[in-house]
Design a protein around this ligand. Structure first.
Ligand SMILES: NC(=O)c1ccc[n+]([C@@H]2O[C@H](COP(=O)([O-])OP(=O)(O)OC[C@H]3O[C@@H](n4cnc5c(N)ncnc54)[C@H](O)[C@@H]3O)[C@@H](O)[C@H]2O)c1
Length: 259
């Protein structure tokens, strides 16, 4: 249990869903996990559970949509830790709006928690990691980056932006010789609160069970994903096992996009 032993890893949106599963797995594999979120109650609960199980975790309040929050959080962790080995830009989410009805305010909100936040985190991480010999940046996008879901206009655009921002950053860091890898992860439908809500909205079906059954049919493997399916991919990109992997997009979707 030491695939990321003693690495310092910041996971945004770590209080729930994919983020909390990722934080728990990274801690079990030996990392010092800095968990950030705006849901302080859940964030502190998960942190306490990780520490009670023998892991090492700290919680920070952090609204990823705000540039000044990134400044504050990086200033705090730079004063307490000697380096940041891995950043997981996981916080995000979307709302169900098509191009005709999405308001500019809602468009900006979805952009800010997904694309703006990933831009800010990537920029702050590169600035520090290049001084300390390198690192790995993992940006959580979605299969929505690859297909035009009609009622997810802002979300598709934001997640597609994360896809190419990651590739551009990877090539730049490689050419500069920073030893910083940047990759994106693209989950299919995952069994989280947000995932179930998205499934209900997309199908128009009233219950989680009905919506998940409809989505299961779209995943050739015969089930939707679990948070651990994604956490395992993040663990690989965080570990030195992926030291030759940069500028790629790891699709973890049970075959959803292969159809
Ligand atoms: N669940 C899915 O089916 C699915 C599929 C593809 C991609 N994703 C992506 O995976 C990531 C995690 O999704 P999830 O299903 O675990 O969602 P979730 O809603 O369960 O968890 C998201 C976490 O982000 C936090 N968060 C929201 N806004 C924030 C902000 N401004 N600053 C800091 N934290 C904030 C929330 O408090 C929450 O803890 C998101 O980027 C999402 O778009 C999810």
């Amino acid at each position: 249990m030491s695939r990321v032993k003693d690495k310092t890893i910041l996971v945004t949106g770590a209080a729930n869903g994919l983020g909390s599963a990722t934080a728990r797995l990274l801690a079990r594999e030996g990392a010092v996990v800095l968990m950030s979120d705006i849901d302080d109650v859940a964030g502190n609960t998960v942190t306490a559970e990780i520490n009670a199980a023998g892991g090492r975790a700290n919680y920070l309040h952090h609204d990823v949509s705000q540039p000044e929050e990134w400044e504050r959080v990086f200033s705090q962790i730079r004063s307490e830790y000697s380096r940041l080995d891995v950043l997981v830009n996981n916080a995000g989410g979307g709302t169900y709006n098509d191009i005709e009805t999405v308001s500019f305010q809602e468009w900006r909100r979805v952009m800010s928690i997904n694309l703006d936040a990933t831009f800010l985190g990537t920029q702050y991480a590169i600035k520090w990691m290049k001084e300390t010999g390198g690192g790995s940046i993992i940006n959580v996008s979605s299969v929505a980056a690859f297909s035009g879901a009609p009622n997810l206009a802002a979300y598709c655009a934001a997640k597609a932006g994360i896809h190419l921002l990651s590739k551009s950053s990877a090539v730049y860091c490689g050419q500069k010789g920073y030893n910083i890898r940047v990759n994106s992860i693209h989950p299919g439908l995952i069994d989280t609160k947000a995932g179930k809500e998205m499934a209900r909205l997309a199908t128009g079906l009233p219950t989680d069970d009905q919506a998940i059954a409809a989505f299961t049919a779209l995943h050739p493997i015969g089930r939707i994903g679990t948070p651990d399916d994604i956490a395992n991919g993040i663990l690989y990109l965080a570990s030195d096992e992926s030291s030759f992997v940069t500028g790629t997009h790891l699709i973890i979707d049970g075959g959803f996009t292969a159809v």
